[in-house]
Design a protein. Structure first.
Length: 195
């Protein structure tokens, strides 16, 4: 059984009518419209997903900055002589590879060269808020997430200033991603804040 050849004008007219007919084209148009609609919907879903991810990152960074500011304000409320860290907490921090891997520690505290020097530790914290004497602690943010607050403290003596100052750097990291810092703040304190 093969293809039957066209035998006359009636067969040719039938074929032409059949080719001009739009039967079946509605299905193709519907299929093409569905494909285009799906592409558009997927693009919108991807945009919402990336937007939600950006909002989550911004929320973490904002909370970390707030925790860092809170910790730094704690130091700003202390006298110069009360800005110190306890020996036990210091030993724990120095044993922590995340704490010692930070640039604040590596650059200024690992092997300090004069005029930089380590601030001696104390046995007991002289302040009512023990976080002021703890180089590394975990805090819960208002967003319900866990954050790690690391504090680096050392002496320095800038050439433009005659006396010795204490430099405090506060670094806040997400509790589930200690490899990256979310917020970093540094401030200097001199003896004019009282002893």
């Amino acid at each position: 059984m093969g293809i039957k050849p066209l035998e006359g004008p009636a067969d040719t007219a039938f074929v032409r009518l059949r080719l001009r007919s739009e039967e079946g084209f509605g299905l193709l148009e519907l299929l093409m419209a569905m494909v285009m609609l799906n592409v558009g919907i997927l693009a919108i879903v991807a945009a919402f997903n990336s937007g939600a991810l950006a909002l989550s990152r911004a929320s973490k960074a904002s909370t970390a900055a707030t925790l860092g500011d809170t910790q730094m304000e704690l130091f700003r409320g202390l006298k110069y002589s009360a800005i110190e860290q306890t020996t036990g907490e210091w030993n724990s921090a120095v044993a922590d590879s995340t704490w010692t891997a930070d640039t604040a520690y590596q650059t200024n505290m690992a092997n300090p060269t004069a005029p930089k020097a380590l601030v001696p530790t104390v046995t007991n914290c002289p302040n009512t808020n023990l976080n002021s004497c703890d180089p590394s602690f975990t805090a819960n943010g208002p967003d319900g997430r866990s954050y790690r607050v690391d504090t680096y403290l050392y002496y320095d003596q800038p050439s433009t200033y005659g006396g010795q100052i204490k430099v405090v750097t506060v670094v806040v990291r997400a509790g589930d991603d200690l490899g990256h810092s979310l917020a970093r703040e540094t401030s200097t304190f001199d003896v004019t804040t009282g002893s």
